[in-house]
Design a protein around this ligand. Structure first.
Ligand code: ARG
Ligand code: ZN
Length: 899
């Protein structure tokens, strides 16, 4: 059944108080819930409506009297009580089987301990309740369990009381002083240990911070703790938002569907985003932990104190909170070029995944209009594009204006469940701006295209920029209206310096800005710059000021010029990517022309060598020259040089093509990488040695940047696949003192013909077999290795360490292969697709959310060249025909086949 946004009806009853008692047992947990409800005068709904799912209803009493099935209607997940009085006390007892709960929604067991996940609609798997985010209540929770097996009992808020029950069991009573929607409920019970610290807030209050993990992991919690403290400080400084509880807990769990969950005062995290030490975690892991800890902490205000009226408003909290975590990460780095690298990383994700989503069958607005399964809408559109939408407010209103909007948002809505429109209204009202048209960013799906043309008039000294916008149709939205798009623009003179910008004639103010925010609101608009002394090179969409595709007919020379001179580091990087993309697309065309792709898929790269000369063409030589300049540029941060030297990914290139030829793309990219490696061999070697980070490991931005650049140099050198490069990576692997260097070396090894390859792969497994997160890496690096074909990935799936029960493990192998190894996944015989179909079906029976995520791998099937497209459709149909699919998978597959 499809749910529609415009059919929102306020809840018939509001809940004031909830008291819950849990008798925890893995096979049969009993839950007694007493809630007090009152009729909502603002709702046309007459009935008292509760939701429940996959549990046994033992008893239900209303105002002291037991209800029989004749007193209510049970229809699917809905339990409807007609003619209920205005004031109701409901007492409900339910029985659950947490150990057989493999969906990891509601109450479940992971490695013997109890955890919950209630967002979006998991609370209804614990008890019958008005499980919707606009019903906010205060909770008191009593937990009872065996004291030996479950010495730690946690829930939201403050610990009121704990003690023994005498029979080998004990109890803990928790009270959350804040009203919250049911999706923020949480409990944890088990044999866990914590690192804890007292922390002083800005207002002088002392709070207790805890990071809970399984035994043996206390040597991996310091970074999460530091990240939490930094998050608390940052929210105080940047937004004046304080922690409102006396205690804040993070708990790590190995079986978890998503990254983490912001339950009030009791955040529950995937171990992947908590556990770190130099031995097991990479620089990227360190970064991700900081960012996810920040994200969940920031939800305490953007999500918890002010929550969503309904799930269509999900981006109200997610888009805003992603924006906040991105800003936090950028501030933690501090330097301009460090911020730019962060921005580049975020934009890469957006373009590779969100632009693709926006152009595919699952395209939906940031605020969707309908859904079948809400879990399918925790998407890059809601999160990442949502964050870009929030960022545009800041670009349009300035940082201070944005902060004023935030302050008004909290002033108006603290303690409420609200909508994206309420947020926009706060931004508009706090700044006296009309943001009506801006609403289209929430309601229209699809990625807008902005094309720019320019004209210089030397006589009038004017530079005229014409911008026009369009947006392709998306499912259910044929025609789009113009968006309100901030386009940040700079103009470079012939020496590469920014020109002062005058948008009115005779402007000669000395403080004229060098970046202007042009507001494109119509389909086509012209902007005139005055007092322009020479024909400039425009730098457009600086810092990626809007989530659009921007086209402008730059010459190769202009791109090389921007790459060298643009004061906007984002556009400096962008120019290099555009140039590289041009060269790669030419190569792809050459390969297709040579018409040898299909025949030689299993063979050597003779086709690459015949279609691409060993000696670079003039255009290739120009690109390589520009890359050499960047690589050698001592004034550029290592981290920036690393992103600038990285070629666009195969996925990125696929999105640039009307028809996707995955093998040609793979071979073209490889050919260019080899050519670059050959031409810049000396420079890469020098870079490799110049960017070592001796001494104890530290995840500070400088060291991280050096390691990234050094390991990029290594990966290029390894394209040569010669003895010298083999020796280099073997030596790095054997002497590495941290996981970043070790994994980089092993990844290079696995993609090479080095003799020591298998031996090190085996040793790696042996050394880390007790570290689940590292074994995930072991699977992923093989799943994405060039030589891993479908047969090899099937072999890996038979490894005793592989299981379908653990989402991280599934992602590390199955999803990693299907989405991270395009050349092998798209085997011309369709064997990759058969593998995919098999795993979607098998997983769906265990965990629909994870299965639905895997199902999305086929989103772009219509864009693939034949015969791939036909074989993809067959695989989709095979899944569609499978009996008893979950709504999660059904929604993804049916939309894929329909659009
Ligand atoms: N609110 C969580 C976060 O982004 C994500 C929870 C998603 N849960 C789910 N079942 N889809 O921080
Ligand atoms: Zn979130």
């Amino acid at each position: 059944p499809t749910i529609y946004r415009n059919q929102y009806v306020p809840p018939g009853y509001l809940v004031e108080q909830v008291e819950m008692g849990f008798d925890l047992d893995p096979a049969e947990t009993r839950v007694a819930t007493r809630s007090t409800l009152v009729k909502n005068p603002d709702s046309p709904e007459r009935d008292l409506v509760l939701y429940g799912h996959e549990m046994r209803l033992v008893q239900i009493r209303m105002n002291g009297k037991e209800l029989t099935p004749a007193d209510y209607r049970l229809d699917g997940e809905t339990l409807r009580i007609p003619n209920a009085p205005d004031q109701v006390t409901l007492e409900i007892e339910t029985a659950l089987n947490p150990e057989s709960n493999t969906s990891l929604m509601g109450l479940y067991v992971s490695n013997g301990n109890f955890f919950t996940q209630c967002e979006a609609e998991g609370f209804r798997k614990i008890t019958y309740f008005p499980d919707r985010p606009d019903v906010m209540a205060k909770y008191t929770v009593m937990l009872r369990a065996d004291k030996k097996r479950y010495p730690v009992l946690l829930s939201n808020g403050n610990l009121i009381e704990q003690g023994d029950l005498g029979d080998g069991r004990h109890y803990a009573l928790w009270e959350d002083p804040f009203k919250k929607p049911s999706y923020l409920f949480a409990l944890v019970a088990g044999d866990l240990v914590c690192q804890e610290e007292a922390f002083l807030l800005k207002d002088g209050r002392e709070v207790l911070l805890q990071v809970w993990v399984e035994h043996g992991n206390l040597d991996k919690t310091q970074h999460a703790m530091d990240s939490l403290k930094n998050s608390i400080r940052w929210d105080e400084e940047r937004f004046n938002l304080e922690l409102d509880l006396d205690r804040f807990m993070i708990v790590a769990v190995g079986d978890f569907n998503m990254g983490a969950m912001e339950n009030k005062g009791l955040n529950i995290f995937n171990t992947k985003f908590v556990l770190a030490n130099p031995r097991i975690a990479t620089d990227i892991d360190y970064f991700n932990i900081e960012s996810v800890v920040g994200h969940e902490y920031f939800h305490n205000w953007t999500g918890n104190r002010v929550t969503c009226r309904d799930w269509f408003q999900l981006s109200l909290k997610e888009g805003l909170t992603v924006f906040r975590d991105q800003e936090f990460s950028a501030d933690m780095i501090g330097t301009d070029s460090g911020r730019a690298v962060r921005r580049i990383d975020d934009v890469r994700v957006l373009r590779q995944t969100q632009f693709a989503e926006d152009a595919g069958p699952m395209a939906h607005p940031v605020r969707p209009d309908s859904y079948i399964e809400i879990n399918n809408f925790y998407t890059v559109t809601v999160y990442e594009k949502g964050s870009e939408v929030v960022r545009m407010y800041q670009t349009l209103l300035g940082r201070e204006g944005f902060n004023r909007g935030m302050a008004l948002y909290f002033e108006r809505h603290d303690g409420q469940a609200v909508t994206c429109d309420d947020f926009r209204a706060a931004m508009a009202d706090a700044n006296g701006r009309d943001l009506t048209q801006f609403e289209r960013w929430y309601s229209q799906a699809g990625t807008p295209h902005v094309s720019a043309t320019s004209e210089y008039d030397g006589h009038a000294r004017t530079f005229t920029l014409t911008l026009s916008q369009s947006c392709p149709p998306t499912p259910g939205q044929e025609k789009k209206l113009p968006f309100h798009i901030p386009v940040a623009v700079g103009l470079l003179d012939s020496s590469g310096r920014d020109m002062p910008l005058h948008l009115a004639p005779h402007g000669n103010a000395p403080e004229a800005p060098t970046t202007a925010i042009l507001e494109l609101t119509e389909e086509r608009q012209t902007f005139v710059f005055h007092e322009v002394s020479e024909c400039p090179v425009p730098s457009l969409l600086r810092n990626f000021s809007a989530p659009v595709v921007l086209s402008y007919e730059y010459t190769d020379a202009e791109l090389a010029f921007l790459m060298e001179h643009d004061s906007d580091p984002f556009n400096r990087w962008e120019a290099g990517q555009r140039l590289a993309t041009r060269r790669l697309l030419v190569l792809v065309d050459k390969l297709l022309l040579a018409d040898s792709v299909a025949q030689t898929f299993d063979g050597e790269d003779a086709d690459v060598q015949s279609a691409t000369a060993r000696v670079p063409s003039a255009e290739q030589a120009a690109l390589i020259g520009a890359l050499r300049g960047t690589l050698r540029h001592a004034g550029l941060d290592p981290a920036f040089r690393e992103v600038a030297l990285s070629l666009p990914s195969e996925t990125m290139l696929s999105e640039e093509m009307d028809v996707i030829h995955p093998h040609a793309i793979h071979r073209a990219r490889l050919a260019l990488r080899r050519m670059i490696a050959e031409q810049l061999r000396e420079e890469f070697l020098e870079t490799y040695h110049a960017n070592q980070t001796p001494g104890p490991y530290s995840p500070d931005p400088q060291s991280v940047g050096k390691r990234a650049l050094k390991n990029l140099a290594l990966s290029y050198l390894c394209e040569l696949d010669d003895e010298a490069s083999h020796e280099l990576m073997e030596r790095q692997y054997d002497h590495a003192t941290n996981m970043t260097d070790r994994l980089a070396a092993l990844t290079a090894l696995v993609n090479s013909r080095a003799a020591g390859r298998q031996d090190r792969l085996n040793r790696f497994f042996e050394e880390f077999k007790h570290e689940a997160l590292v074994i995930d890496k072991w699977f992923t690096l093989q799943a994405t290795a060039r030589g891993t074909d479908v047969a090899a990935v099937r072999e890996l799936a038979r490894h005793p360490a592989f299981t379908l029960r653990n989402p991280n493990r599934v992602r590390s192998l199955v999803l990693a292969f299907c989405s991270g190894n395009p050349a092998q996944f798209h085997a011309p015989d369709g064997s990759g697709y058969a593998f995919w179909a098999e795993y979607v079906i098998a997983l769906d029976a265990i965990n629909p959310q994870v299965a639905a995520r895997l199902a999305r791998v086929m989103d772009r099937w219509r864009k693939y060249a034949q015969p791939l497209r036909e074989k993809m459709r067959e695989a989709l149909e095979r899944v569609a025909a499978s009996p008893s699919l979950s709504g999660d998978v059904l929604e993804v597959i049916s939309k894929s086949l329909a659009n």
